[in-house]
Design a protein around this ligand. Structure first.
Ligand code: FAD
Length: 394
C-alpha cells in the first residue's frame, strides 16, 4: 500500500496533486505578488473607495504575465487556461477589484482585439496592453440596457470614410483610467465594436462614486458625444452581438476561479476565528453548529475548485462551451457568496468590520454575481440549453 498523505485543511481533497509543477509555480508567483502588493493595503483602499496607482499595479501585473495571459503572440504569456484561472483565484483572494482589473484588461479588451481585430490593430494595441503600459476597458452596458444589450442605443454612423459614435455606457470597469475603450455600438450592419482612444474629442469618462461593492476598483460612465473615428477603428471581424458575448464568456471563465479566491479567504478567516474565539468556555469551533458551517463551506469550496479545474481543462482542449461557463459562473459565484455570508456569521459582530476581510469580499461578490451576466441570466442560458425553450422574454 502506498503511503497516504495526511488530511490537509488547506487542501482537503488533495487538488494540488492534480496540478503540474508549472501550474504551482505560476500560482505561487501570483500569491506572493498579492501578499506583497495588495493585501497590506487593500482594506484601506476599500474604505477610502479608491484604487491608488492602478497604472503601477497594471505594469506589475503585466510584468508577471497576468494581462491577456492565455492569449498567444503580441507580448502575451500564452499560458494555459488552468494557469490563468489559478492567477485569477489568487488575485481575487486578495480583492475582486484586482481580479476585475485583470479580467477586463485581458479577457475583455485584449481578447476582443486579439479575436476580432485586424493584424494592424493587434500590433498597435496588444503589446502595450500586455505590458500594462496601456489600459483598456470594455463598454457594452448602458444605463437602460444591461442584461439585454440588444436594445442598446449607442450608435455608430458612417460619415464619408469615418465613423461617428454617440451614446452612453454605464458601469464600465477601468473606464476613467483607460487609454482605449472597446465600445459596442449599433450600426446599419448590426452591432459592431470600435477601438476608441480616450483622447478622442467627444469622449469623456466619469468615475462612479458611492459604491457599496468593488470599492477598490475604478467604475465609470462613458459619454460619446459625436466621437469621430477613422474607418480603421472598427473591429473588422466583429459582427452582431455574438462578438461581445463571446468576450464575456471568456472573462466569465476567469470568474469561475476568481470567486473561489474570495471564498477561500473568508473560509480561512472563519476557520481561524473559530479556533480562537471563546464563548460558553470553549472555542466556538468546538460547537457542532459551527463545525457544520465550516464543513459545508469546505465542501462547496472543494466542489467549486474541481468544477473550475474541469472547465479549465476543457478550455485548454478547445472543448469548453458557453453553456458550461454559465454553469460554472452560476454555481461558483453563488456558492462563494454563500461561503462569505456564512463566514460572516462565524465572526459575529467582527464579521461586519472592515478590520476583517469577510464583509469586503462578501460585498464584492454581490457585484460578481451581477456582472458578466447575472445569475438569473445564467439560469436562463442553462434552462434554454436543457429544454430547447428560450425563456429570456417570459
Ligand atoms: P438589469 O439587466 O436591469 O437586471 C436587473 C434584474 O433583473 C437582475 O436581477 C436580472 O437578472 C433581472 N432580469 C433581467 N432580465 C430578466 C429576465 N429575462 N428574466 C429574469 N430576470 C431578469 N458592464 C460592461 O459593459 N463593462 C464593464 O466593465 C462592467 N463592469 C461592471 C462593474 C461593476 C462594479 C458593476 C456593478 C457592473 C459592471 N458592468 C459592466 C455592468 C454589468 O454587466 C450589468 O450590471 C449586468 O449585466 C446587469 O445589468 P443591469 O445592472 O442593467 O441589470
Amino acid at each position: 500500500m502506498p503511503d497516504r498523505p495526511a488530511f490537509d485543511p488547506a487542501d482537503p481533497l488533495g487538488i494540488d496533486e492534480l496540478l503540474g509543477d508549472d501550474d504551482l509555480a505560476v500560482r505561487a508567483t501570483a500569491r506572493r505578488w498579492a501578499a506583497d502588493r495588495v493585501l497590506p493595503y487593500v482594506a484601506d483602499w476599500y474604505e477610502r473607495g479608491e484604487l491608488p496607482d492602478p497604472r503601477g499595479l497594471a505594469r506589475e501585473l503585466g510584468a508577471m504575465g497576468a494581462l491577456g495571459m492565455p492569449l498567444r503572440g503580441y507580448g502575451c504569456a500564452g499560458a494555459s487556461a488552468v494557469q490563468y484561472g489559478l492567477v485569477c483565484l489568487e488575485l481575487e483572494a486578495a480583492d475582486s477589484g484586482i481580479r476585475s482589473l485583470v479580467s477586463v484588461q485581458g479577457s475583455l479588451a485584449m481578447y476582443a482585439i486579439h479575436r476580432y481585430g485586424s493584424e494592424e490593430q493587434r500590433r498597435a494595441w496588444l503589446p502595450g496592453m500586455a505590458s500594462g503600459g496601456t489600459i483598456g476597458c470594455f463598454a457594452l452596458t448602458e444605463p437602460d440596457h444591461g442584461s439585454d444589450p440588444s436594445g442598446m442605443r449607442t450608435r455608430a454612423v458612417r460619415d464619408g470614410g469615418d465613423w461617428v459614435l454617440t451614446g452612453r455606457k454605464m458601469w464600465i470597469t477601468n473606464g476613467s483610467i483607460a487609454d482605449v475603450a472597446v465600445v459596442w455600438a449599433r450600426t446599419d450592419e448590426g452591432v459592431r465594436g470600435f477601438l476608441v482612444p480616450a483622447a478622442t474629442p467627444g469622449f469623456t469618462a466619469h468615475t462612479i462614486r458611492h459604491k457599496g461593492s468593488l470599492r477598490a476598483s475604478v467604475t465609470s460612465e462613458l459619454v460619446l458625444d459625436g466621437v469621430r473615428l477613422p474607418a480603421g477603428a472598427a473591429l473588422p471581424e466583429a459582427r452582431g452581438l455574438r462578438a461581445p458575448l463571446s468576450c464575456l464568456s471568456h472573462a466569465r471563465y476567469g470568474i469561475v476561479w476568481g470567486a473561489l479566491g474570495a471564498a477561500r479567504t473568508c473560509f480561512r478567516a472563519a476557520l481561524e476565528y473559530a479556533g480562537t474565539r471563546e464563548q460558553f468556555g470553549r472555542p466556538i469551533g468546538a460547537f457542532q453548529l459551527t463545525q457544520a458551517k465550516l464543513a459545508d463551506m469546505a465542501v462547496e469550496l472543494e466542489k467549486g475548485l474541481l468544477l473550475a479545474l474541469h472547465l479549465g481543462r476543457r478550455m485548454d482542449a478547445g472543448r469548453l462551451l458557453p453553456e458550461q461557463v454559465s454553469l460554472g459562473k452560476l454555481n461558483n459565484v453563488r456558492e462563494a457568496l454563500d461561503i462569505c455570508r456564512t463566514a460572516r456569521t462565524v465572526l459575529g459582530a467582527n464579521g461586519i468590520s472592515w478590520e476583517y476581510p469577510v464583509m469586503r469580499h462578501m460585498a464584492n461578490l454581490e457585484t460578481v454575481l451581477t456582472y458578466e451576466g447575472t445569475s438569473e441570466m445564467h439560469q436562463l442560458v442553462l434552462g434554454k440549453a436543457l429544454t430547447g425553450l428560450d425563456a429570456f422574454r417570459g
